[in-house]
Design a protein around this ligand. Structure first.
Ligand SMILES: [Zn+2]
Length: 202
């Protein structure tokens, strides 16, 4: 019995030491954190692209990778007019078809193969690779999507709705390529620019 009591006392004592060490570590880390932020290097705390404060490290920044600027007040993402937008997600499908999940390449391009005439619905969004980002997964409205049948057709020009949507109706079989671009103010206000394209039936 005595032996057990000794062991119990020893364990209790050890746990106090561990607790004390944890407290010491935490305090030291807080002090170091304060010192770091005072030294004007708040690594991963304030993001120049998002214009937001993040509680922890914030790399890679989604806004940086998609070359967009976030308006901290409205939460709107803005892109430079005419500039291709890389790294954004274009998700959609043909009716009753498989879901396509595409990401624009460095030139802002996506490609897909349409095996038979049909209708597509797509949603363009910010990738959700960084859950710390306020805008992760948000739809991107008001950007231009331009392209057509490969290799050279670029007769289709669409602008995404505020929900990031575009539609392609009745497009014939073939390989298609589209480029996502930042819209100018004129394009954003151009009522002739639609989010739905419908191929004429012969
Ligand atoms: Zn950021």
């Amino acid at each position: 019995m005595k032996k057990r009591a000794v062991i119990a006392a020893f364990l209790l004592f050890t746990s106090f030491i561990v607790l004390a060490q944890v407290e010491t570590t935490t305090l030291t880390e807080i002090q170091q954190g304060a010192a770091v932020s005072k030294a004007k290097l708040p690594k991963g705390h304030y993001c120049e692209y998002c214009k937001l404060n993040y509680p922890e490290s914030h790399f890679p920044c989604i806004m940086k990778s998609i070359k967009g600027k976030l308006d901290a007040v409205t939460g709107e993402i803005n892109f430079t007019a005419g500039q291709p937008i890389s790294g954004i997600v274009v998700k959609g499908s043909k009716e009753n078809g498989d879901l396509l999940t595409l990401t624009t390449n460095e030139k802002g391009e996506i490609e897909f193969n349409n095996t038979a005439t049909g209708n597509y619905k797509f949603v363009v969004s910010v990738p959700s690779t960084n859950p710390n980002s306020r805008v992760a997964g948000s739809p991107i409205g008001g950007i231009v999507v331009k392209g057509g049948k490969k290799p050279k057709d670029s007769s289709i020009t669409l602008i995404t709705t505020e929900n990031g949507q575009i539609e392609l109706q009745n497009i014939p079989a073939g390989k298609y390529k589209f480029t996502a671009l930042g819209a100018s103010e004129d394009e954003k206000n151009n009522s002739l620019l639609k989010s739905v394209y419908s191929e004429k039936v012969n």
